[in-house]
Design a protein. Sequence first.
Length: 74
Amino acid sequence: METARRYYPEEIAILEQRIAEAVQAGRLKGPVSGEELYSFLKSVGLDFSMDIKIRVSEKGKLRTLEEKFRERKY
């Protein structure tokens, strides 16, 4: 939401108000995942890029793929 707000501050402010109204009226329930929100925003024409990092859990630690590949021995 923060990334979308940087690209579309006015539109996101309106969207946040509408989401709050839908929650209060009981029309929207449960958490909305980041993927669902991003897909919805794109579907209504609010297109933007995100800085995405893929992380893997290994022995209880989250590590980026970059870290994982860097330590790989050939």
